[in-house]
Design a protein around this ligand. Sequence first.
Ligand SMILES: [Zn+2]
Length: 277
Amino acid sequence: MRRLETRKTSWLKKILLLLFICLLPVLLVSPRSMTAKMLKDSANGTKVMVLNYHKIDNMNISLSVLPKDFEAQMAYLKENNFHAITPEELYSALSGNSELPENPVLITFDDGYEDNYVNAYPILKKYGFKGTIFVITSFLDKSMKNYITWDQAAEMDASGVISIQSHTVTHRSMTELSDDQLRRELVDSKEAIETHLHKKVNFIAYPTGTYNLHIAQLVKEAGYEGAFTIKYGNVDKASNLYALERVPVFHTENTFKSFLERIQYIPIFERLGWIKS
Ligand SMILES: [Zn+2]
């Protein structure tokens, strides 16, 4: 009995020590910065879900969400009172210049596949949603098969349903490029879209999601207001404008179930601190 007590006490000591070590950073922070942090947390405001799609067609690969599944997802968002916003609206709200609608969602597509024009665009129109397509500008210049053309890009952008933004010129992984190459990817893709569509381009999505702080700085210098990653999570005022979180949507065994799990579990992941650290 006594030995058991001793063992219990020693376990208790270990647990207390562990707790102390875990809480040490918190104890070391001054009360003032604690208050600042708490204020910042409470001021992070509305969370914005940024969905990330690639292809919307009937290919049996994870990057291809079937048109019928995409439509079911849009119907779900409509029924659940989601409001689709543009990257400009997101930026304006994050900068404190405007309010977001209830349940804001940004629906994005990477690479600029032709099926976005053929399949996603009509479905978005049907549900009264807006979307954003990040295009690889050299693919449009060369009229590459399976990618949208400049005419299709212009038509969608002018309709107000789709906002065309940059996904660089060549889609090479940015962490493998020199600064000069990076600047060309950032500046030339922006200028190409601006010239073809007669509008300002302020947003980019990193090809393959790879970036670092130096690249983010070059993105800012090239005149962009924000950049999207494939870091999993929701965007709020605590987000880095040049490393905005998204929620990738894939074709799976049960695409709709995976979609629901993805969009419902983000708050839990965030609470556990797995996202923004
Ligand atoms: Zn891509």
